[in-house]
Unconditional design. Sequence first.
Length: 356
Amino acid sequence: MLFRQLFDAQTSTFSYLLADERSRKAMLIDSVFEQHLRDLALIRELELSLCLSLDTHVHADHVTGAWLMKEALGSEIVASRAGGAQGCDRLLVDGDVLELGALRVEARATPGHTAGCLSFVLHEQKLIFSGDALLIRGAGRTDFQQGDPAQLFHSVRERLLTLPDDFTIYPGHDYSGRCSSSVAEERRHNPRLGDGVRLEDFIGYMANLGLPHPKRLAVAVPANLVSGRPETPAQGPPRPDWGPVVRTFAGVWQVEPEFVFAHRDELRVIDVRELEEVKASPLGAILGSRVMPLSGLRARVAEVPRDRPIVLVCPAGARSAIAATILESAGVERVANMRGGLLEWRSLGLPGETNV
């Protein structure tokens, strides 16, 4: 199994990408709207086929990216029937099993944080994705969205902490930098739900948390009740409008060499090698490109033309990726790295190269 844990720093939300390595079929659990381009880049770079976007519940602190993934990759939106969200392709109840290649994922109803909370269990891999029901040394709050502390106590103690001790727990959030736990750890050390804690103690604890409501509650809940579908396309993550530019998992805007060749008269191509390197290189240079070495680019940002979109190039795309990041950070809006650099350009047999 391929497994990646992803994090949104603004909301301390964990998302999880799981895939069957043989079939390359994948699922994404608890995606975040604002992280759509990052997650999309990872799926594409790992050459996965995203089949399912799962949410453990109707979130109150962030908007799901499930609808965006469906639009981009055709993945099914999957959630709890009890959650009440619209726009889902599959609605789950307790005991439903999702199959993804060789992976089998059991949906366990764990209400209490909200009425529609699900946890996902992979028995063969000994994994639990507990959403906001069971957190590391904690539990999800129960003071809105039909929350019920008694129900949550029984959900966690009877549905999750009865699983084998060596099952690893991956929560929906953590606010202290903790990434995972285990059934044994939480039974022994969770101050809210561990062994020995009585129902009465838990109810009293939860009744006196005194937490303010999540900052995005009024926005997140209505949006998640329609599976994250924005009211207008303009409300989605911003994308460049000048070409098929994609954000890499490294965070760099990138464009294909074929596009650069086909639209070279509409672009400003900047070569970030040293001038002597360009002159001596068997790769030559793209016809019409301007040499602005990476070593002095920060000091020359003001010289960068802004009348056309800018594409950065170098031999393999490494230095030019750094250059693209420098220019974007300096406020240059239409800028991208050319994937694979001049080596990829030559391997594709693209013409138009000349020595400087």
